[in-house]
Ligand binder design. Structure first.
Ligand code: GAL
Length: 748
């Protein structure tokens, strides 16, 4: 039987690389994977700090039970240009920083201690995508995903592709094509058995057949009562495979879903029904630790996108992301646009060959995820390159006949070799460059494509550098940030020929000096790097139906003099309520409905309160004195949510909220800290220090004294063993807040 051993502990980390390390274990820093080679400050660092070589060593003893088995090290992701040495011999290498690779130990294991050594090189090697030009993100060095030791029969189940050819028929079937891994080239004959199970573990069908070649295919048909995988009901099934040969038994289990996904000239269709895609781009980076957070943090990001931002799509800009993130997207019903590594630059022949391999690796790793509905097979925002992109498309279509390709460009009149024209349309805000075009949220499709026909079309970026916005920026700027996101979404909703829009971007991210605000940060997120929402986050969140969550977010700090000239009008309230009531001081309340005039296409336009809603006398009073306010959301005539604003905010509470109370050992939990006024609103301009202390079975990732930014900050706590973890956050004015968490036994 196969086993997958957690191989993340017991690594010794060294700066640099020296050939002597391949044979000699040396004392160094003891680390556990995932690991970030160079811990970075929050901002204003030199990104060249990690752009060099590092080495990881690990000694281990083989177990007697491994005799006669295949023993393979699997690395889920290491940045970059990894080379694996085993007992002094180079046995594997892998240039790409975003896909998994294996290194066979079989036949090389010796009695006593074995030494595995992995070197990674964080320098931006121009032979490897995405490097060779400038890129607007960081590629933090290190073995930043998990490592496993796979022990299996010498003839075992390799990669497998599961397809559901007639997902919409009443009677369905599932097919599987499994590679048979036989690296020793043994003669063998065997049986492959497939068992389909539902999520309760009930068997729904089986099939078996002869396996004696390089691959084997099976089909299970006649399936009735199968639930489709959908964004609201992401039904998953498991296909278990067993391979029995004279060399032993191997088993695997893969989850998948029954669904169809198509990009048509009328828009995107999931299971035959039109669905407007509403998404954001996600970089997989975190403060201080770069890429190196494990399962819980990856899953949490998917949960934030689905349940806090209420998106139905994410683009994994600009590379394949963690399998844990994608698994969670499957479980949550969050659609994914996945793409190969790259950013504007196309390198030479070696580089291009590697990019084509990246297409192959991405698709072969991820083709069973029902959440993935399109493959990005162009280098993000590169120029046309006919032969190169004919090849990336050919490879994608040959490997996967069920999903369309896209290729993200910002150029117009680009050669369409993909199934979907995927466009970064940054036209909004362009009028500021002095052109004579009036403010335009999105260009008409044919103006962009230059084609004489309508084609499947999707917007893959907007916003971003056109309007960078910090969580601590002036209210007016943040309101404009909100408006831009709303206007593009409104335009996308209003044009049936647009499948949907994916904004730039979900979370702020660290970047090179040539981008962002000089602080090594692109403040382009609708959330900051801690995933704390800016106002623009609610532009998205408020588009969900109220049965998912009632959203009521006034875009204001409620201060008399924060905006230019003063006041808070026009006041946008991001909400999915039917009406909003504003009570200002003792003035008669105003009930106002959504602004369908300016946002006719949005599922839930914002309520906009402006001067028109007040008499001259009332406006005069607003000018005379500043009052508290109560904003209430109504659905079906009933008050369903309320936000109160104080007219005299003072620092009242230090709030600390953990994403979970129980955290699995070796996993992390995020804690958000907020300074609140007496009405429970964040104090946007309270940049005071917060001291963080973590004791017990956990440790703090990052510095222990941090400033509040925009009234909040965040950090991750890692469970180092099991037992209680005490997290205290304190501020000299607001006192101390304590969280009692529990670190429990768990898997990586
Ligand atoms: C795009 C690019 C993104 C990001 C964004 C900033 O051109 O594809 O990676 O740099 O601009 O707005």
């Amino acid at each position: 039987m196969r086993s997958l051993i957690d191989f993340n502990d017991g690594w010794v980390f060294h700066e640099g690389f020296d050939g002597v390390l391949t044979t000699n274990p040396r004392p160094g820093r003891n680390v556990r994977l995932p690991h970030n080679a160079v811990e970075l400050p929050f901002s204003y660092f030199d990104e060249r700090d990690y752009q060099r070589a590092f080495t990881y060593q690990k000694e281990f003893e083989a177990e007697p039970g491994w005799a006669g088995k295949e023993v393979t090290l699997i690395l889920d992701g290491a940045m970059a240009n990894s080379v694996v040495y085993f007992n002094g011999v180079e046995i594997a290498s892998h240039k790409d920083g975003y896909t998994p690779f294996g290194a066979r130990f079989t036949g090389r294991l010796k009695e006593g201690k074995n030494l595995v050594v992995i070197t990674v090189d964080g320098s931006e090697n121009p032979q490897i995508p995405p490097f060779g030009g400038q890129i607007d993100y960081l590629t933090y060095a290190g073995i930043y995903r998990e490592a496993w030791l796979r022990i299996s029969a010498p003839v075992s189940i390799g990669n497998q592709k599961i397809e559901t050819p007639d997902a919409l028929a009443a009677t369905k079937s599932v097919t599987v094509n499994a590679d048979i891994s036989n690296p020793q080239g043994l003669a063998y004959a065997g049986t492959l058995t497939a068992t389909l199970k539902d999520k309760a573990g009930k068997t729904l069908g089986t099939a078996s057949g002869v396996a004696d070649g390089k691959s084997a295919s099976l089909a299970i048909g006649g399936l009735t009562g199968i639930e489709l995988w959908d964004i609201k009901n992401p039904a998953l099934y498991t296909l278990e495979l067993a391979l029995d040969t004279q060399h032993g038994r191997d088993e695997s289990a893969t989850t998948f879903g029954f669904r169809t996904a198509e990009f048509t000239t009328e828009g995107f269709k999931l299971n035959g029904k039109l669905l407007k895609l509403r998404g954001l781009n996600r970089h997989q980076s975190f403060p201080y630790v770069g890429y190196a957070l494990g399962r819980a943090a990856q899953e949490r990001d998917a949960e934030i996108l689905k349940h806090e931002l209420h998106l139905n799509m994410v683009r994994t800009s600009h590379y394949p992301q963690s399998k844990y993130f994608l698994d969670r997207c499957d479980q949550l019903g969050l659609l994914v646009f996945e793409e190969i590594p790259g950013w504007q630059h196309i390198g030479g022949d070696v580089w291009k060959a590697e990019a084509v391999e990246n297409v192959r690796r991405m698709i072969r790793r991820d083709w069973n995820h029902p959440s993935i509905v399109i493959w990005g097979v162009r280098i993000n925002e590169s120029q046309d390159d006919h032969d190169f992109y004919v090849e990336t498309n050919r490879v994608a279509h040959e490997l996967d006949t069920t999903r369309p390709t896209g290729g993200v460009r910002f150029i117009t009149d680009s050669e369409l070799l993909e199934d979907v024209y995927t466009m970064n349309d940054f036209i909004l805000g362009n009028e500021e460059l002095g052109g004579n075009r009036p403010r335009t949220p999105l260009r008409p499709q044919q103006e962009v494509t230059g084609l004489d026909r309508i084609v499947p079309y999707m917007i893959t970026e907007y916003g971003g550098h056109m309007y960078p916005t910090k969580s601590y920026d002036q209210e007016q700027r943040q309101a404009e940030h909100v408006l831009r996101h709303l206007q593009v979404m409104n335009a996308a909703y209003g044009d049936p020929q647009i499948a949907g829009c994916i904004g730039w971007c979900a979370f702020d991210y660290n970047t090179h000096k040539d981008f962002g605000s000089g602080d090594r940060l692109c403040h382009h997120g609708v959330m900051d790097m801690f995933r704390e929402p800016k106002f623009a986050a609610y532009a998205y969140a408020s588009q969900c139906d109220a049965d998912e969550e009632i959203v009521l977010k006034p875009v204001t700090f409620w201060a008399r003099g924060e905006r230019n000239i003063g006041g808070t009008l026009p006041l946008m309230i991001l909400t999915n309520c039917e009406e909003v009531e504003l009570r200002y001081g003792n003035q008669p309340p105003k009930r106002i409905g959504p602004d369908r005039e300016n946002f006719p296409h949005l599922p839930h336009p914002p309520v906009v309160i402006d001067r028109r809603h007040f008499s001259a006398e009332e406006l005069g009073l607003w000018g005379m004195r500043w009052e508290p306010a109560v904003i209430t959301g109504y659905i079906g005539g009933k008050a369903v949510k309320e936000v109160k604003f104080a007219d005299d905010p003072v620092a009242a509470t230090l709030e600390a909220v953990a994403d979970a109370e129980i955290v699995a050992r070796h996993q992390t939990v995020r804690v958000i800290v907020r300074a609140l006024d007496q009405a429970g609103n964040k104090l946007p301009f309270f940049p005071e220090p917060v001291a963080i202390e973590v004791t017990g079975a956990g440790k703090l990732l990052g510095p222990s004294i941090v400033p509040l930014r925009g009234g909040a900050t965040g950090f991750w706590v890692e469970a180092t063993s099991t037992g209680p973890i005490k997290v205290t956050t304190s501020n000299t004015r607001l006192g101390t807040t304590t969280l009692n968490l529990t670190a429990a036994q768990g898997t990586p």
